[in-house]
Design a binder for this molecule. Structure first.
Ligand SMILES: [Zn+2]
Length: 727
């Protein structure tokens, strides 16, 4: 039977082999042994029941709380040629009846159901009546436990339903479960002799980054600009914040949509749909977003605010990079956000309050840790990380000069507190340290203190950050009512110099270009050029067109990882298409030719030689298109003149490369281009106007119009400025 499963895997899904744990689970399910499967998102959980479902003669029921996800799941399965269907409250009565008669006909292999549907006697009887049920799958099984973060009372009754189908094997799956939740699932579902399969919770493709929040919204916009065109989710604490941040992002020229409980169902669904179909690149959401989404190519998740606990943090970052490609998770953090959560915890009572306090404490331990982020994160889920360093989190990627001995600045701050009788907050203390001449300081004669002006090495925001770090380490405490800071006993050893204080001082941008996010390593940049990115964009465009025509999300056609492989392997025939992961017979037949046509024409245009099956084309650096190399250098701060000298090209050639870059929809910051033009802003506007009113981008008429006052290079640069900021 396992052989059949393996051939199905290749034939239907286009993969050559199972991941080690998948194979074990599938063998157990095929042997009709009840199983509890704990696998992180992106670990290939769904194949654990989708493959057996095709081997079994009868039907596999999949109970899932994610109503909004069912339609997508079923559509995706149908794209692979697997007969699947669903029953939930989103269907109209006539659709519902149609789906039921389809299921009754015996052709359907997989039926997705909401738990409440399952508990309706009408449905249960209907399913009981003569239909062979071989497998009952319980997805998101942690919903069964009151100890989990998503308890659903309906889930408790699944055990009763299950008893009516003694011959069906039961598979419970979840992506998040602490040891207590696991035990609860086993007890509730009465999985007494079940096998438990636990996969590692590590998601190596996710880069974990925790960054001090200084100018939150600006940091987010900068990040989006650097990741233009990629899909991302931004989580906020409140609805108001979602709306505000969405407006800011849109005003900066990107397409973001809000998602929160204050919107109508219709708006929420249509915003979610636009995101899934790549019509909007960004969703700004409260934590309510994401349960119903299975978009594999989310490239980043930003936490604009602190998540509630580690479990929800893990679940939310888990929405990035489900296709296994490198993706980034950024948590913006400052001390004030902790206070916001503490305030909400204070409103709770009894055990609920204790639990919430415990969760917050665990989260802060994770945030404050200076070791590899994966160590405390995995530890929370009862797993020991096997390495010392992941090389893919802020702590591992931090160079030594970023982690500093801050003992002396801490001493300055603490003694300034003591000298002012511990009645002031961090802003005022920063003013004293940086030597401010504010009226309040002069009135209080604090300009006569020995600590006045001794902290000019940092800006005010940096002193604020140091104060936050002292608070987090409980070296100082804050009076919630007045904001005044008090020292604790832990401050004394630091003041005496017997204990060191280590931390980080965030860079504060004095120019417009914030580099809080630009800690990209050379390695990361190399990784992103491992496939032909220009071809990738062309294939993406085709995928989007096809998806829109069919009204399905682009990833239901091919995942990004499949497109990326095409851009490494250059498949130009049906057989070569079948060699690509994620392409089975049905997809190769349906889409193979359309995609290989684009690949062929791309190869022809770029003089790439046709490829023999199984013989890989190596992408060398020289094949990275010149305009990308040039533009990268320009974005890294080299001037046109410097680049021209380095490549021994004319400056006009370099400018032509930059033009090509922006014509492909890329973005160059205006300051960079304006600097190159050597023109006044008023002159630039004049030229811009002329471009907008005159012929389609021809330079000669514009050159003549100004009587040769501006060079062709200058005109071309203004054109780049225009194109880059059209959106
Ligand atoms: Zn690490």
């Amino acid at each position: 039977m396992l052989q059949k499963a393996i051939s199905l895997l290749k034939q239907t899904f286009g993969f050559n082999s199972f991941r080690p744990l998948q194979e074990k689970v599938i063998s157990a399910v095929l042997d009709k042994k009840d199983s509890l499967v704990i696998m992180p998102t992106g670990g290939g959980k769904s194949l654990c029941y989708q493959i057996p479902a095709q081997v079994f003669d009868g039907v596999t029921l999949v109970v899932s709380p994610l109503i909004s996800l069912m339609k997508d799941q079923v559509e995706q399965l149908q794209q692979f040629g697997i007969p699947a269907n669903f029953l939930n409250s989103s269907l109209s009565p006539s659709q519902y009846d149609a789906n039921i008669s389809d299921i009754r006909s015996g052709k359907t292999k997989l039926v997705y159901l909401a738990p409440e549907t399952l508990l309706q006697d009408r449905i249960a009887n209907l399913l009981l009546d003569g239909l062979q049920i071989d497998c009952i799958t319980i997805d998101e099984a942690h919903c069964i436990s009151e100890w989990g973060h998503d308890f659903r009372p309906e889930y408790r009754q699944i055990a009763q339903f299950r008893k009516r189908f003694p011959k069906a094997v039961c598979v419970a799956l979840t992506a998040t479960a602490t040891p207590a939740v696991r035990q609860d699932i086993i007890n509730s579902l009465e999985l007494s002799d079940s096998q438990v399969f636990i996969d590692s919770f590590d998601r190596p493709n996710l880069k974990l980054n925790i960054i001090p929040k200084s100018q939150g919204a600006q940091q987010v916009v900068d990040y989006i600009r650097q990741n233009k065109g990629k899909a991302g989710i931004i989580y906020c604490f409140s609805r108001a914040q979602v709306d505000e941040l969405t407006n800011i992002i849109n005003a900066a020229g990107f397409r973001a949509l809000p998602y929160h409980a204050g919107l109508s169902d219709k708006d929420r669904n249509s915003n979610q749909d636009a995101f899934i179909k790549d019509d909007a690149e960004i969703i700004v959401a409260t934590i309510a977003f994401g349960m119903g989404i299975n978009k594999p190519d989310v490239r980043y998740v930003i936490h604009f605010d602190l998540p509630k606990n580690i479990e929800s943090y893990y679940q939310q970052i888990g929405r990035a990079g489900r296709d296994g490609l490198p993706s980034e998770c950024v948590l913006l953090y400052n001390y004030g956000d902790t206070k916001k959560i503490e305030f909400f915890i204070q409103q709770k009572e009894g055990q609920e309050k204790e639990l919430a306090e415990f969760h917050l404490k665990q989260l802060l331990i994770f945030i404050d840790s200076y070791e590899c982020r994966r160590i405390p994160l995995l530890n929370y889920f009862g797993e020991t990380y096997s390495k010392q360093e992941c090389k893919n989190c802020d702590n591992c990627l931090r160079t030594d000069n970023e982690s500093q001995n801050l003992t002396v600045p801490a001493q300055k701050f603490l003694s300034c507190m003591i000298r002012t009788n511990e009645i002031y907050g961090s802003i005022y203390l920063s003013d004293i340290l940086t030597g401010s001449k504010s009226k309040k300081i002069l009135d209080n004669r604090h300009n006569e203190l020995s600590t006045y002006g001794i902290g000019k090495e940092f800006k005010k925001e940096q002193w604020k950050s140091l104060s936050d770090q002292l608070l987090r380490k409980q070296i100082i405490l804050k009076d919630e009512q007045f904001g005044s800071l008090k020292i604790t006993t832990d401050a004394k050893p630091i003041l005496k110099g017997v204990k060191e204080f280590w931390g980080f001082i965030p860079e504060v941008s004095s120019t417009t270009k914030s580099n809080l996010f630009s800690r990209r390593t050379a390695k990361e940049k190399a990784r992103s050029t491992e496939y032909d990115e220009v071809l990738f964009q062309e294939l993406r465009t085709l995928r989007k067109e096809l998806a829109d025509k069919k009204g399905i999300p682009p990833f239901a056609i091919f995942h990004d990882s499949t497109l990326a492989e095409m851009c490494r392997e250059f498949p130009t025939s049906h057989l070569m298409m079948l060699e690509i992961s994620g392409i089975g017979e049905k997809k190769a037949t349906e889409y193979g030719e359309l995609f290989s046509d684009i690949i062929k024409s791309y190869m022809k245009r770029n003089n790439l030689t046709p490829n023999q099956p199984n013989q890989k084309i190596e992408i060398k650096d020289s094949k990275t298109p010149k305009h990308l190399i040039v533009s990268e250098a320009f974005l890294n701060g080299e001037t046109v003149k410097e680049i021209a000298e380095r490549f021994d090209n004319a400056e006009s050639t370099i400018i032509a490369h930059l033009l090509k870059f922006v014509e492909q929809g890329e973005y160059i910051e205006p300051e960079f281009i304006i600097r190159e033009t050597n023109l006044e802003e008023s002159e630039i506007s004049l030229i811009k106007n002329e471009f907008q009113t005159s012929s389609e981008g021809h330079l000669k008429p514009i050159f003549d119009f100004f009587g040769g006052k501006y060079s062709y290079n200058q005109l071309r640069l203004v054109q780049i400025l225009l194109i880059s900021h059209l959106e």
